[in-house]
Design a protein. Structure first.
Length: 419
C-alpha cells in the first residue's frame, strides 16, 4: 500500500506512526506581567481647514465646542496671529454678556440650611409654626445689620404711617429704628414674663409710640449700634420662651398681649411683630442702599391674613369715630354670626388668596351671596398699604362695585399702621 490511513491514528506513507497532536501552553497576560502596559497614544486634534477653524471661534469663546474641536482651535491659535486676536476679542465680549454674580447671600439660604439640619435632627423644643415668621424676620434684619458700617447706624430714616386719614412721619436713625423695635417687642416680652427693655423708664401710656418716645428721651445720647445686642437677645428670648411654654397649645397661642388701646392673642402679636420687623427692615435697607426681599410666601400669607381679619374691627371703630363713609351701614347692621354685606379682597402674587370682609359689623360673617364690591391688590402692595407706606388713594387696585365700601376698606387697611 502506498498511502496512509489517518482517521484513527493509522500510518503514514512510510509506515511510521504519526506523532500525537500537542496542546499549546497558555499565554501570560500582559496585565499580570512585570512589564508596564504601553501608554495610549495621545489623540491628535482633527485636521481642519482654516475657514472651519475660524467659524468655530465663536463657539470656542462660549465654551460650546466639543473637546476635539476645542483642541484643534487651541492648536491653531498658537500658529495663527489673526485668529488669536479675534479669539481674544470674542472672549472679552462673552465676559461683558455674562451677568455679574452678586456677592450677597441668597436670602433663602438660612432657611434652606436650617430646614436641612432640622430634617436630620429635629429640635427638642420646636418653634411653634405661628412664631416662625418672627424668628425668620428678626434673623433677616440681623443679617442686614451685620453688613452695615458704624457710620451707617446714624443714617437718617423716615418712619411713615397713616393717622387720622392722613400721612404721618417721624425722623430717626437706623439705631433709632432698632430701639423702636426693641421697645415694642417688649410688649410681647412682658406678656411672657420676660424683663421690660425700658428698665424703669416710665412711658406716658403702655402703647408702642409712647414707649418708643420714652426710650428715645431717656437715652443720654442718640442710640448707636450698641442697641443691636439687647434687641437681638430679646428676640431670641421671646422665641425660646414661646417654644418652652408649649407654644402649639391654645392656652399659649391665645395669651393676650396688650398694646395699650387694644390687645392681640399671642399668635397674632407674633405675626404683627414679624410684619413690623420686615417693614422697618425695608426702611433701613432703603436708607443704607441695601437690597432687601419680601418675606417667604407662607409668612407673607400669614401677615396678610392677620390684616384681613383685623379689618372688620377697624371698620367698626372708624364708623363709631366718624371717618367711615359707608352711609348705609347703620341701616344694614346684622347680628353677630349672621351673613352681611361683604367686600371680596383678592390678594395676588406670593402669599395671596381671597378674603370676604364683612362690612356691616365686626361680628358678621363674610358672604359671597352678599358681595357688594371686589378689590384686587398685589400682596406686597397691600402690606405696604397696611404699613402706611402707600396712601389709599394711590393703591394700585382693581376695583369693582360699591365705591364707598371700597374706599372705606382701603382707608381701614391704611389705619392699621402706626409708628
Amino acid at each position: 500500500m502506498s498511502g496512509a490511513y489517518h482517521e484513527h491514528g493509522g500510518y503514514d506513507g512510510a509506515g511510521a506512526p504519526e506523532p500525537a497532536p500537542r496542546v499549546p501552553l497558555p499565554r501570560a497576560s500582559a496585565e499580570g506581567g512585570a512589564r508596564p502596559l504601553p501608554a495610549p497614544a495621545p489623540a491628535a486634534p482633527p485636521v481642519l481647514e482654516h475657514h472651519v477653524l475660524t467659524s468655530l471661534l465663536g463657539a470656542w469663546a462660549l465654551a460650546a465646542c466639543s473637546p476635539e474641536e476645542a483642541a484643534a482651535v487651541d492648536a491653531h491659535l498658537g500658529d495663527c496671529e489673526g485668529c488669536a486676536e479675534e479669539a481674544l476679542r470674542l472672549r472679552e465680549a462673552v465676559g461683558l454678556l455674562q451677568r455679574p454674580e452678586s456677592l450677597d447671600l441668597d436670602p433663602a439660604l438660612r432657611t434652606r440650611v436650617l430646614d436641612g439640619c432640622l430634617e436630620r435632627r429635629p429640635p427638642r423644643v420646636p418653634v411653634p409654626e405661628w412664631a416662625t415668621p418672627y424668628d425668620a424676620e428678626t434673623a433677616r434684619l440681623d443679617a442686614l445689620l451685620q453688613d452695615i458700617g458704624d457710620t451707617e447706624w446714624h443714617a437718617p430714616v423716615r418712619l411713615r404711617w397713616f393717622e387720622a386719614d392722613d400721612e404721618a412721619s417721624r425722623h430717626t436713625t437706623v439705631a433709632g429704628v432698632i430701639a423702636h423695635l426693641l421697645t415694642v417687642d417688649g410688649l410681647v416680652a412682658l406678656a411672657l414674663g420676660l424683663p421690660d427693655p425700658l428698665a424703669g423708664v416710665t412711658a406716658p401710656a403702655p402703647e408702642p409710640a409712647s414707649r418708643t418716645e420714652a426710650y428715645w428721651r431717656a437715652s443720654r445720647r442718640p442710640p448707636t449700634r450698641a442697641v443691636r445686642r439687647p434687641w437681638r437677645e430679646q428676640s431670641h428670648d421671646i422665641v425660646r420662651t414661646v417654644g418652652f411654654t408649649g407654644g402649639e397649645g391654645p392656652a399659649t397661642g391665645g395669651m393676650p398681649v396688650s398694646y395699650g388701646g387694644f390687645a392681640l392673642p399671642l399668635r397674632d402679636a407674633m405675626l404683627d411683630r414679624a410684619f413690623e420687623c420686615w417693614v422697618h427692615a425695608e426702611d433701613i435697607a432703603e436708607a443704607v442702599d441695601y437690597p432687601y426681599e419680601p418675606p417667604a410666601p407662607r409668612h407673607l400669607h400669614g401677615m396678610i391674613d392677620l390684616a384681613a381679619r383685623m379689618l372688620p374691627t377697624v371698620l367698626a371703630a372708624r364708623r363709631r369715630e366718624g371717618p367711615a363713609t359707608i352711609a348705609a351701614a347703620r341701616r344694614h347692621l346684622v347680628p353677630a354670626g349672621e351673613p352681611g354685606r361683604s367686600l371680596r379682597l383678592e390678594i395676588e402674587g406670593s402669599g395671596g388668596g381671597e378674603w370676604l370682609i364683612p362690612l356691616d359689623s365686626p361680628g358678621a360673617v363674610g358672604s359671597a351671596d352678599h358681595e357688594v364690591a371686589h378689590v384686587a391688590l398685589d400682596g406686597v402692595e397691600f402690606c405696604r398699604l397696611a404699613a402706611g407706606h402707600v396712601p389709599p388713594a394711590d393703591a394700585a387696585a382693581g376695583q369693582v362695585g360699591d365705591r364707598e365700601a371700597i374706599r372705606d376698606v382701603l382707608f381701614a387697611a391704611a389705619s392699621l399702621s402706626r409708628m
